[in-house]
Design a binder for this molecule. Sequence first.
Ligand SMILES: N[C@@H](CCC(=O)N[C@@H](CS)C(=O)NCC(=O)O)C(=O)O
Length: 334
Amino acid sequence: MTGVYTLHGLDPSPYSVKMRGLLRYRRIAFVWDNTGSPRDIAVAAGLPPVIPVLRFPDGRLMNDSTPLAWLLEQEHPGERSIVPDDPALAFLSDLFEDFGDEWITKMMFHYRWYYAADRAFAQSWIINARDPVMEETARQKAMKAFNDRQVGRMALVGCTEQNRPTIEQSYRFVIETLDRHVRSVPFLLGSRPCLGDFGLFGQLQILSIDPTPAAEMRALAPNLFVWLIRLEDASGVEGTWADAADPLPETITLLLKHMGETYLPFLAANARAVRNGTEKVELTLLGRDWAQAPFRYQAKCYDALCKKWQGLPVAARQQLDPVLEEAGCHHFIG
Ligand SMILES: N[C@@H](CCC(=O)N[C@@H](CS)C(=O)NCC(=O)O)C(=O)O
């Protein structure tokens, strides 16, 4: 098919569903190619081995959802942009996106590969998504191989027994607070979704399906569950941004405060460890010791966030200063 995009991804992949939701909201015509090995498409194109991969109508292939979202902004400017016009709100949108991509992803990975019921479901979903009619012996082998590979990577991304209570506490706080938020405002920053909404959406959509976190979400955050169903295809949403002069909803300030207690101190400590060549990132989060290996990609994300802050117009920084100060986020990005 020519003239449209193709998104090569898989239904059980959080960054794939993030991009799919984003393209649907933006009404950018695309084909959803969701079988086989999208990772092989990335590798064959000389791209990092991650999914999804977006094929542009002119044949270009790219992956990594954040730069992709920004490139689509450039190539399809206009009214269905997911970047708020106000630079202060646009910064908050970036912060929420990164919080989803780099912190909530720990929850996604933890729940998916920690509890036996979730592991069994995830390996069967992922292998079935690649090839629904795979011969049974090959299927069982592929499921086991995938499971073992992912379980083997848990410690690398910080999903350890030691960090588990912090990850689970953070999950509950985030879903309960977002549940309250979406009962009063349709999306994070108004009645239209921003890039931050899609960053949260990608990870939370998976958490709303994998059995253990899905049961928690249905019990603790049913409105968030419904919100995720709505954002899956928001092509009909016609909304407006919040007025940047209005105070932020309490739910947003609570989430910022939570970022100041979890994700931002983690990103800062991780960046320090990468810079200093330290073997372990160690810090206290939510009153408990946190330890994991440093992660180079997340140091890059943190650097990009700090540069975005530095590049903001002075008026936008002045507008956000007291909010971020109050939330305990300021010294991590300022
Ligand atoms: N920062 C990338 C992350 C993409 C990513 O990590 N995708 C996962 C699947 S959801 C992946 O491909 N992991 C590597 C693998 O499983 O081999 C993005 O935003 O797209």
